[in-house]
Design a protein around this ligand. Sequence first.
Ligand code: ADP
Ligand code: MG
Length: 382
Amino acid sequence: MNAPLLPGAALGVMGGGQLGRMFVHAAQTMGYRTVVLEPDATSPAGLVAHRHVAAAYTDAAGLAELASACDAVTTEFENVPADSLRTLAERVPVAQAAAAVEICQDRAAEKRHFQRSGVPCAPFATIEHEADLAAAAALLPGILKTARLGYDGKGQASVATTEELAAAWQRLGRAACVLEKRLPLALELSVIVARGRDGALVHLPVQQNLHRDGILAVTQVPAPGVSPELAAQAVDCAGRLAASMDYVGVLCVEFFVLADGSLVANEMAPRPHNSGHYSLDACDVSQFELQLRTLAGLPLAAPRLHSAAVMLNLLGDLWFPDGTAEPRTPDWAGVLALPGVALHLYGKTDARRGRKMGHLTVTAADAESARATALRVCECLG
Ligand code: ADP
Ligand code: MG
């Protein structure tokens, strides 16, 4: 485990989504071989890896095949069962480790980790039984979230009264949930840190995020509404959260900035994150290269932002302008005629509303120009 894995080694990925695809690209750029375990035959990462093991995340034979084909394994999908990561770790180094992934998979465990690490989070209550509802009512109005498997705003309900809380819990199938107090948000930001085997920590610049319908829509770097002091505080919290899990890998921590200027942790992702995609085009080291370096045990160089960036998510909705039934290809040629536009499409064949099909990063010498071009991109895409 101590000598670094050098180019030529084989690196495995649990999960075949776009994050895995961009990791595979980064690994291949440096001359590593790549293997993806993913049940879907045409996944974004499976399509570009040297080898695709088509198996369920819990399939013993598939896991054995991945372990024997690789010198180390990472994960791109936070809902890979922690036990599968443990099984792999008996045979091959795994980062991010099962214990950390397990914390991030459960909102209640995640919040306890925030508290343990001295990082403020929203007041919350766990709801597992009918009787927990009455005790949680003091937090209303709030947001009820399933403890597990929620993403992109799915598995959530905004609730104002005890009746709405009870009804929403029924609708969520009486699954284990957390109820969070609804906080007055001034803005949202996130920070990506990478922590090496030796405990070395580096971070990307803090990014400011705008969500629409619970899905990330726009990321801006440098973060226009974030003071250097607040950014330093977010970086410090994220570093503490990583260190107190003895984390190796890339960790993203999402924060709220409240109306009074205070910083509150929202959630963590034990992997690269959609809000860090700009780093591919605007930094000298991307979040995927950081994932590669932590996995392979290579040195971590502090990333440098060389351009201002605006990242726009490209959802399947763009294929259905004005509510059309038949999908239409967006005007990519028009978009690419604008300066500083980098288009990333994930190779997903069928566009669906709310589905992340790709993203686009506008880079420029200054934030004002990046924003101006991003507005022209939006006009072009309708
Ligand atoms: P997901 O796992 O789907 O990303 P989040 O917990 O990050 O879920 O919530 C999605 C979005 O909902 C947040 O980015 C934020 O805009 C809003 N939100 C979530 N929790 C709260 C809260 N306690 N108060 C106010 N807004 C919230
Ligand atoms: Mg989130």
